[in-house]
Ligand binder design. Structure first.
Ligand code: AQP
Length: 330
């Protein structure tokens, strides 16, 4: 029986955080044994962040290496760079034409980023969700393993699937979110009301996957908590709740187990143990990452072969779409 398809991607717009790891990457390798998986480095998305050319290039290699270090296996999954498969942007253009502008402008991520950079908002930022929808629809992905922060974009994709199918006839598979237990939304260590992001200007708000032990310790010990002074898991102690979520995601202990474990202990003791949990959790991936980064030939072989497989699938889908919308076949 054919396995159901999974598609996911991470944009090379900065150093990956433990939010990216716990919300997305950590689950990728588990899924590759259960599903037919496609994991993309969505480099075209990163252009919407106004990134410098040398940074885009470096982060792209870094993310590919992190995929492999997180146990993604090119023999089991298709791993490639989005820009190597032009069908992504081709489908995006087609979907542009059935996307209501009002819906795009109401997207939370767009509003948050537009507010941050009010002086230079580009069309790419607004159109980002359409490209994401095209990524998913191009491969008829049934499941999309993304963090909770991307839930709205997935709903948007579902709307486009429904709309296209109702105008042109059954063409695309309706995708669903493949949710994770915890780690679905890791928040900034400095502002628990904002999600932890790789492009956050406050580097103390994020723990990066490649951070040194010293930096991880510094950031966790300085993380914002509260003056209640009791270890508990509730939304009124949002900073602490976030730290418990991080602990839980790395250890698979439930938040309740963690609260019990640290009953009657201070925040300092909890934070010190959290440092160990995070450092131990990241060490294997950090070690393997260095091995992959030092072998660019191997990386090239992997992304070339991935692009070839992805193009074959994507081109067949684009052909079907063009036919449905009335474009003349060459
Ligand atoms: N804080 C988070 N908690 C849980 N999951 C998260 N993800 C991102 N941040 C968190 C998940 O990581 C995957 C990759 O996302 P992306 O790079 O394509 O875009 P993003 O969601 O916009 O990630 P960032 O880190 O916030 O990037 P920037 O700062 O460039 O916008 C997704 O599956 C996402 O859910």
């Amino acid at each position: 029986m054919l396995k159901e398809r999974v598609f996911s991607g991470i944009q090379p717009s900065g150093n990956l955080t433990i939010g990216n790891y716990l919300g997305a990457l950590k689950n990728f390798s588990v899924q590759q044994d259960l599903y037919d998986c496609i994991y993309c480095v969505v480099d075209m998305h990163a252009l919407t962040a106004g990134i410098k050319a040398e940074d885009l290039n470096r982060y792209s290699y870094e993310i590919l290496s992190l995929y492999l270090a997180a146990d993604l296996d090119p023999e089991k999954s298709i791993i490639y760079f989005q820009s190597h498969v032009p069908a992504h942007t081709e489908l995006q253009w087609i979907l542009n034409s059935i996307t209501p502008l009002g819906q795009l402008s109401r997207m939370t991520q767009y509003k948050a980023k537009a507010e941050k950079h009010a002086d230079n908002i580009y069309a790419g930022l607004l159109n980002y969700p359409i490209l994401m929808a095209a990524d998913i629809m191009l491969f008829d992905a049934k499941y999309v393993p993304v963090g909770d922060d991307q839930r709205q974009h997935l709903e948007f994709t579902r709307d486009l699937v429904e709309k296209f199918n109702s105008i042109y006839g059954e063409t695309f598979v309706m995708p669903e979110m493949l949710a994770t237990k915890t780690g679905t939304r890791i928040m900034s260590l400095q502002n628990p009301a904002a999600k932890m992001s790789k492009s956050d200007e406050d580097i103390n708000g994020a723990i990066y996957i490649l951070d040194s032990e010293k930096d991880i310790k510094k950031k966790i010990m300085r993380a914002v908590t509260d003056s209640v002074g009791v270890i508990a898991y509730n939304k009124d102690q949002a900073g602490l709740k976030n730290l418990i979520d991080i602990y839980s995601s790395f250890t698979d202990l439930s938040p309740d187990d963690i609260v019990k474990k640290f009953d009657n202990q201070g925040y300092g003791t909890f934070k010190k143990e959290l440092v160990e949990v995070v450092v131990d959790g990241l060490r294997p991936i950090q070690n393997r990452y260095n091995e992959y980064m030092s072998n660019k030939d191997q990386l090239e072989e992997i992304y070339r072969s991935g692009a070839k497989k992805a193009r074959k699938l994507a081109n067949a889908k684009i052909k079907e779409v063009c036919d449905k919308i009335g474009l003349i076949e060459l």
